[in-house]
Ligand binder design. Structure first.
Ligand code: 5RP
Length: 233
């Protein structure tokens, strides 16, 4: 696919002395988000993901001219509108210049697991529609191998039969997605993400799954300790 990448580079340093792990985590999210915000230019159409890392991104976006945004969740849309960003329904745009989103897990080959917030179906559509899909993460999201859970969005119709076909999978017990889907989590092995993605995609009743292939990913911006890096694939 189309993707460009900057070489491995340190772009920013985080100040601070001896902070707690959760503070470091938030600082890492903030640093990765700020680096990605620099990619948003006047006139762009930009997809916005969902989650706490994206929440760090949004306050850095106001101030550009003529930028149109698409949000992947009501939560992102609400915050973006409060910040004065021009958020449009995705029905009106057929392509995006850039999408920025977080992830739950990033493997060395850039397979991702997303959907911790249950928004992975919309997030995958917005990622795939963009010329450049940039993933922003704190260092705890970088893993040697992907592991369960893999979030799923399922049709309510025939749910019990779909769950049986996807064993071991359990319903998460959160409200349906804005599109009416049931959010569930696959709890089995993720040794071969490509084969597992094919299994999900060939199971009737699966709306979409949280495995994102490397071909979709342009850049991973990961903050680790005091540095932010563009991770090479
Ligand atoms: C939501 C997602 C999020 O990007 C993912 O869960 C990471 O969230 P956070 O930035 O809060 O750690 O996929 O569906």
């Amino acid at each position: 696919m189309r993707r460009s990448r900057k070489p491995l580079s340190v772009v920013r340093r985080i100040e601070g002395s001896n902070p707690s792990p959760s503070v470091v985590n938030e600082e890492e999210k903030e640093a990765a988000a700020r680096a990605a915000a620099d990619l948003v230019e006047d006139g762009m159409r930009v997809g916005l993901g969902t989650g706490s890392t994206v929440a760090h991104l949004l306050p850095h976006l106001p101030g550009r001219r003529n930028v149109t945004y698409v949000a992947t969740s009501l939560q992102t849309e609400r915050t973006a509108l409060e910040l004065g960003l021009d958020v449009q329904p995705f029905e009106t745009l057929d392509r995006l210049d850039l999408t920025i989103d977080g992830a739950d897990q990033v493997a060395p080959d850039h397979w991702l697991i997303k959907g911790g917030g249950g928004a992975h179906t919309r997030e995958k559509i917005v990622a795939a529609a963009a010329d450049r899909f940039v993933v922003i993460v704190s260092s705890d999201k970088i893993v040697d191998r992907l592991h369960e859970p893999v979030p799923l969005e399922l049709l309510a119709f025939g749910l019990a039969a779909t769950l049986r076909a996807l064993d071991p999978t359990e319903v998460r017990g959160i409200p349906p997605s804005p599109d009416g889907g049931v959010i569930a989590d696959y709890r089995g092995p993720v040794d071969d993400p490509e084969a597992l993605a094919i299994r999900f995609e060939s199971t009737p009743g699966v709306i979409d799954h949280g495995l994102f292939p490397p071909q979709l990913v342009s850049d991973v911006i990961a903050a680790r300790g005091s540095t932010v890096e563009w991770l090479p694939r």
